[in-house]
Design a protein around this ligand. Structure first.
Ligand code: FES
Length: 146
């Protein structure tokens, strides 16, 4: 069991392979410093991120979810990121209804050439989650990793 004084937020990052995942790679190869709190999952487009992926991550005990894709107008599938943006907005409202702080879900647009921006986004998301605190909603049901 984690001690609160040692608590660090755990974040799932769903990253579009064309832009944000490459941006994360660039952040690494450029030796940009950012918190190691994120677990990156490569997705073909931000629109691939189903609301259930986000809810499942929270049920598993992750403290937050970042969805990151190509900038508006740059999606390789034309309108995928617009769909993702709408889906995330609806998911946030649903989570709020369920009593989950919608700030646990963040979206950002990071291109393959924005390694520095990726590092900044992860830093900001991690900082925000430290203020929000641990996700304990599902722990009582035995679903969290504790
Ligand atoms: Fe990157 Fe759609 S291909 S968000």
């Amino acid at each position: 069991m984690r001690q609160d004084s040692q608590w660090e937020p755990r974040v799932v990052g769903f990253l579009c392979r064309w832009c944000s995942y490459a941006g994360a790679d660039l952040a690494g190869t450029s030796r940009k410093k950012y918190p190691a709190n994120i677990r990156a999952i490569k997705v073909p487009c931000s629109s691939r991120v189903d609301s259930l992926f986000i809810i499942k991550a929270l049920r598993l005990g992750f403290d937050g979810v970042l969805v990151s894709g190509c900038h508006p107008g740059d999606c390789h599938y034309q309108t995928g990121n617009y769909r993702a943006r709408r889906r995330i907005a609806i998911t946030k409202k649903f989570l709020e209804y369920m009593g989950i702080d919608p700030q646990r879900i963040q979206a950002s647009w990071v291109s393959a050439s924005e390694g520095g921006k990726f590092a900044e986004v992860v830093t900001e998301v991690t900082k925000g989650l430290k203020e929000t605190g641990p996700n304990r909603l599902f722990i009582e049901e035995g679903q969290g990793y504790g």
